[in-house]
Design a protein around this ligand. Structure first.
Ligand code: B16
Ligand code: MG
Length: 221
């Protein structure tokens, strides 16, 4: 039976992708090239350094390790300025009701995010003390699709992987959940996240109880 729900943060609980995009795009402009929304899709769920490498690849730019550090720091300063404008109203539609229903059903709830800015984001959206466990990019050493972040979250909840389900909006995150032995709920269409066990496009109107019974059906197969 599912006892724990583990949520990715960016793209699942709150839409920070637009701020990542803005900060990366400004950096690209400073370096003299254009960075499109399509390019930005490649950065979802990917670590900050790897994101920078993809961006430099798009611009055909090579940089030393030192230069990369400085560029990543510059982007992050701008990104933190942008996310400091977040408020609880930025929690994605239906998410709060879903979380509260899950909690009322006795489920344990965790955040598992690649973002080192997780503490600031949770604070801004008023969920700093809400979750039973928070595992973020400051604590893990291996990025998704490695399952480390989800396995650590399950461990913190005191649950085994097969007692947990993962909510993810990135392809790498769905793969990480599966590699960790967990059911993956893809937050996005089947086209975008074909490997997810169940796809949802919004939390709006989604009953946790109904979703969990779909999960039970999959587990019985
Ligand atoms: P930061 P998630 C990920 O968060 C984002 O999807 C990804 O675009 C970002 O590069 C990564 O966090 C690192 O973020 O620069 O804030 O440490 O989707 O795993 O919650
Ligand atoms: Mg995400």
């Amino acid at each position: 039976m599912t006892s724990g729900c583990i949520f990715d943060l960016d793209g699942v609980i709150v839409d920070t992708a637009r701020f990542h995009f803005q900060a990366w795009r400004e950096l690209a402009h400073k370096l003299g090239f254009e960075f499109t929304e399509k390019d930005n899709e490649r950065l979802k769920g990917v670590s900050r350094m790897r994101s920078l490498e993809i961006l430099l690849e798009v611009g055909g730019i090579t940089a030393t390790e030192e230069e990369k550090q400085a560029l990543a720091e510059r982007k992050n300063r701008r990104y933190r300025e942008l996310i400091s404008t977040l408020t609880p109203a930025d929690i994605l539609p239906g998410v709060m009701d879903f979380l509260l229903e899950a909690r009322s059903l006795g489920k344990r709830l965790a955040i598992a995010s690649a973002s080192k800015n997780t503490p600031l984001i949770l604070e801004r959206i008023g969920l700093k003390d809400f979750f039973d466990a928070v595992v973020d990019g400051n604590r893990i050493t291996k990025a998704k699709p490695d399952p480390e972040v989800f396995l650590t979250a399950a461990g913190d909840l005191g649950l085994s992987p097969d007692q947990c389900i993962v909510f993810e909006d990135a392809v790498a995150g769905v793969e990480a959940a599966h590699r960790g032995g967990m059911i993956a709920i893809g937050v996005g269409s089947k086209d975008r996240l074909p490997e997810a066990d169940i796809n949802i496009t919004t939390f709006l109107g989604l009953k946790c109880e109904d979703l969990l019974s779909q999960v039970e059906t999959i587990l019985k197969k």
